[in-house]
Design a protein around this ligand. Structure first.
Ligand SMILES: O=C(O)CCC(=O)C(=O)O
Length: 283
């Protein structure tokens, strides 16, 4: 048995009008092949090039160890110089990932290598983020706290993403007061006996090659799997309407702080309570 996933539509190029009408308004994902064709990044962005620009800056690293109550939301597991991290990625498979690396802040000159695509949505110019992963590393199934529309570009290798619309949340064993589903689910090969609700979820699968982009609509769940070591850039655009904006504000202002407070007060008990609650969702 497998997850019920359909291939995301793929276009080589797209006009503003078509993007808005066929994908943004109905909130449907799409892979766009040529958005980076005119960028320097398409030819230049590789591990070697980025390592030369970022140099010995120390970067925070994440892995797939389960959430630990003694750590805050999004706290890294290790730190390393960027050059050493790239050496490691080139040498062997590793779980260690860079998550949310703010390019503009860290290395402003990389900004010259790409443009915000003109496809009818307003990108948040200060927030282009880079992500790096070793071969076969994965990012837990999650959705983004700010409920924005994402354009996710991939470089230096191949990546597979699984996406689910917000309508499928009820089948995904979401952890309360969090943005993730149960960390012990292997979305690449789920155990349906243990996680039967997953059989009802309808989602999408995406395969990205160097220079390709996938549009991930707001609130969409995403699970990333680096088939080869590589890196990606996400450009984000604000949520479309008041409803989505209020979910974003609830997540940022209330949910995150409440969760941090409960971790402090109740520690491991709080995490166990949340994990159990996620299992008990019966649909
Ligand atoms: O691909 C990754 O490493 C993470 C990307 C991601 O979660 C995002 O862009 O929101």
């Amino acid at each position: 048995m497998k997850l019920n996933l359909q291939d995301v539509e793929r276009v080589s190029s797209i006009s503003k009008e078509e993007f808005i009408a066929k994908y943004y308004k109905p909130q449907k994902p799409v892979i766009i092949e040529n958005l980076t064709d005119s960028w320097n990044a398409k030819n230049k962005w590789s591990f070697e090039y980025i390592a030369e620009k970022v140099g010995d800056k120390i970067v925070p690293l994440y892995d797939n160890s389960p959430v630990d109550y003694s750590k805050k939301f999004n706290e890294p597991v290790a730190k390393m110089s960027f050059k050493d991290y790239i050496k490691l990625l080139k040498k062997e498979p590793t779980d260690l990932r860079i998550f949310l690396f703010n390019i503009l802040k860290e290395v402003p000159e990389l900004r010259d290598d790409f443009e915000f695509p003109e496809i009818g949505i307003n990108f948040i110019k200060q927030m282009p983020m880079l992500f790096f992963g070793g071969q076969e590393s994965r990012v837990f199934m999650h959705y983004d706290i700010d409920y924005s529309n994402l354009m996710h570009f991939h470089f230096h290798g191949e990546k597979e993403c699984i996406l689910f619309p917000p309508s499928e949340t009820k089948y995904l064993y979401k952890i309360p007061y969090s943005l993730i589903s149960r960390e012990d689910i292997d979305f690449n090969n789920p155990n349906f006996e243990k996680w039967p609700n997953l059989a009802k979820a309808k989602g999408f699968k995406v395969h990205l090659n160097h220079g390709e982009a996938v549009y991930i609509p707001e609130g969409y769940w995403h699970h990333m799997f680096y088939k080869t070591a590589g890196f990606s850039m996400t450009l984000r655009a604000y949520p479309r309407n008041i409803k989505s904006l209020s979910i974003a504000l609830y997540n940022i202002i209330y949910m995150r702080n409440f969760d941090n407070l409960m971790r402090k007060i109740q520690g491991q008990k709080w995490l166990e309570y949340k994990n159990n609650k996620a299992i008990k969702t019966i649909v």
